[in-house]
Write a protein that binds this ligand. Sequence first.
Ligand SMILES: [Zn+2]
Length: 467
Amino acid sequence: MKRILRRNTLILIFAIAFICGVGYFSFELIVNAESWVDQPYNAHVSGSGGLEQAGVIFDRNGYILAETSDGVRVYNENPSVRLGLLHTVGDNSLNISTAVQSKYRSQLSGYNLIWGLNMPQSMRMSHDITLTVDAATCAAAYDVLASYGKKGACVVYNYQTGEVLCSVSTPGYDPADPPHIDETNESEYDGVYLDNVLSSTYTPGSVFKIVTSAAAIENIYDLDSRTWNCTGEKEIGGNTVTCTETHGEIDYKTAMSRSCNIAFAEMAVEMGRDVMNQTAKKLGINDTYEVDDVKTAKGHFDVSKADENQLGWSGIGQYDDYVNPMQMAILCGAIANGGTAVNPTYIKDGSGDLLRLIGFKKPKEHNLMNSTTASQLDEVMRYTVSDYYSSQRPGLFEGLSVCAKTGTAEVGEDKKPNAWMVGYSQDQDAPLAFACVVENAGFGFEYACPVADAAMKAAANCLRNGG
Ligand SMILES: [Zn+2]
């Protein structure tokens, strides 16, 4: 009797262990199967990069960016489109982890939980993906950016819907002919797998004056009647802060349009560490944004331990300030939207995603500033373009009412500065925010501005023609 009881107990223990094991396995399968299929090391699951039965990737106008033909992945025939969209679309190597072909490989291959990769063709839902990007805009921005032979990024997005129309990162390579990179040539291909729009941060230089301006609008009550005196350099906190020019006596609006370092360094010192830290935090500088399933690189601003001179430099985007290009486009979009930032997205509504199709996933919104601050920034950034930039470069942003700020960020004595331009258009038929950066290039107005100009004109043209 005792023996039977012991045997029954053992059987029961085994049965419970078995049920728990099956339960655990099922749970893991349901939760993780899709991401297992997505792993590059599982490329053998369906051969050549796992893309031999992958669906088509379209741009917003139905232009084919990548498709599989006879089991071979084929990319767009236009080299500027292929190279310009490399980091968004991806290639067969799946080394660009943030690209659509890496991130959504299982979706593109028609993977589902019940059939795995072997779903009968007749029962398949479409496994194509339509992106929000416009191939022509990406090609236009890429051609200008790549002509410098530098690292850089350019993003343009619709600040009302969140749709990204242009996202370009350099350096890259042709996805139709990916390089074999090993220790003998890796320096030549440094940074090619990185999407600088989403995953890099840069010293902002004067584009950070937008943040210092937001702080000044809310904390310096007589801002519009104040003047500063710029002699080209000034002793602040026992050390020198330099300006690019000698601006003389200058008011706030002109200090912004002519980018006077002395005025903005003095504003930062006057407002103090807490106000600067709080404003940067509120504007999302230290945050990451979720763009579809990718998190943007976090910027950095912290003057808690800065001395007075460093606090001055922090207000003009130097010290140890860092920002991400997508983050700057989001900030500019928020100014255009009266303070509310709409999160960007690369995937057109419903495309290849059931949750998106039934409206479960909507672009997230964040309030970055109040509407009064937004409208005053709007005014000063519009003045910056109309008072100064437009007169320097005839035809700049022609057909658009653009508000913008350039930056020339010093990154060390032996290197050329990072060239920046960020901003947005006020036009309701082309509600576009942008950020362009060219690493170690030179003046923002000389290098980043032509990229922004090409991208904004092409993107506006796309929207105005119903694209
Ligand atoms: Zn100055």
